[in-house]
Ligand binder design. Structure first.
Ligand code: PMP
Length: 359
């Protein structure tokens, strides 16, 4: 007796767990490398690790979001009432959907955009209208054309996952200006910390101009805290208030809150992570070129590579103990997304890929 439309939802398929591959292929877990979920190859900030140890002392108490919200509000020059914390930024996407969508309404997402937009829309009974991509990226023209009278949310991932594409902020601003004010614009910036300083614009400052804008960020990527599940949204206070009404009161645990607060100020770790990503990107691009493979130019911490047979290459990589992300679920069966790892991991991936191509 489940709601009938729930059965038509395609489940989200995460990167294959190391433990599972280890069992399937009989490879010891320490011999496996996972470059499948855009995690930080350096692990977590040492300051965050220390903060977690200290936070264990208060773990018998329910979590208190005050300090992290205050720090984020100060960081971005907004009021505390404008911040919503999420159990990862996925949680925030879900909150937006639950506040603004239901049967009889629609949301707009780009083709090849992050899969959760469609998922959180579908869960509410609303319909996701998919706007055709341009060069694998968001196309403002098709997205604007996809806005029906019943549209209430429009999702923008910038940079986008799984394609790594990026709309320059000047174009993005023009795009947002053309979206009708009754449509909430979710600007998902999970990877914005990886942009070049010259590409980056503080979009949170735009919230003053756009009462319908919600910007989301995450501690899962450059901050290295994916397993602790912390993200945040910034919006005008009225929108943040609505999201907070549907939010589970204790949606982020004590350890995640403490780690995020400490990670926010670990500038050394952030700089190291940024640099490693730039170097790894160059390493992978030149390695892929040597193998004669095309890729989609990426602005994130991953690269999406075109191969002749995605499923076969993926299988060969798994046999070598290398986990990447096949993109069949995204309608890109002949693309594989690889997260940029440490130098040795990238080298191992390229070697396994070369072997797979000749298999
Ligand atoms: N947005 C994008 C574009 C992502 O790629 C991801 C992670 N895969 C997220 C949001 C969600 O990440 P998290 O819930 O860990 O913050």
């Amino acid at each position: 007796h489940a709601l009938p439309y729930i059965r038509s939802i395609s489940p989200y398929v995460p990167g294959k767990p190391i433990t599972q591959l280890s069992r399937e292929m009989g490879i010891p877990p320490e011999k496996i490398i996972k470059l499948a979920s855009n995690e930080n190859p350096l692990g977590m900030s040492p300051l965050a690790r220390r903060a977690i140890e200290a936070a264990l002392a208060g773990a018998e108490r329910y979590p208190d979001q005050f300090e992290l919200i205050t720090a984020l509000a100060e960081r971005h020059g907004v009021a505390a009432e404008q911040i919503v914390l999420g159990n990862g930024s996925n949680d925030l996407l879900d909150l937006v959907a639950r506040v603004f969508l239901s049967a009889g309404r629609s949301s707009v997402a780009a083709e090849y955009a992050f899969a959760i937009y469609e998922l959180v829309t579908d869960i509410t009974g609303a319909e996701t209208i998919i706007a055709p991509a341009r060069h694998y990226g968001h196309d403002p023209a098709t997205m604007l054309a996809a806005i029906r009278p019943d549209a209430r949310v429009l999702w923008i991932a910038n940079p986008n996952n799984p394609t790594g594409t990026f709309l320059p902020y000047a174009d993005l601003r023009t795009f947002i200006e053309r979206i009708p004010p009754h449509v909430v614009v979710v600007l998902d910036e999970a990877y914005s910390e990886y942009l070049l300083p010259t590409e980056r614009v503080e979009s949170i400052a735009w919230i003053r101009d756009f009462p319908n804008l919600v910007v989301t960020r995450t501690f899962s990527k450059i901050y290295g805290l994916a397993g602790l599940r912390v993200g945040y949204a910034v919006a005008q206070a009225e929108v943040a208030d609505l999201m907070n009404r549907v939010r589970q009161p204790f949606n982020v645990g004590n350890l995640g809150l403490a780690a995020a607060l400490a990670a926010l100020d670990d500038h050394l770790f952030l700089a190291e992570s940024y640099t490693l990503n730039r170097q790894g990107m160059e390493q992978l691009i030149s390695g892929l070129k040597q193998l004669g493979l095309e890729h989609i130019p990426s602005h994130g911490n991953f690269i999406t590579v075109a191969v002749a047979d995605g499923a076969a290459i993926n299988h060969s990589l798994l046999k070598e103990g290398v986990i990447v992300r096949p993109l069949g679920g995204y309608g890109m069966p002949n693309h594989l997304r690889v997260t940029i790892g440490r130098e040795t991991e990238n080298r191992r991936f390229l070697a396994a890929l070369e072997k797979a191509l000749h298999a």
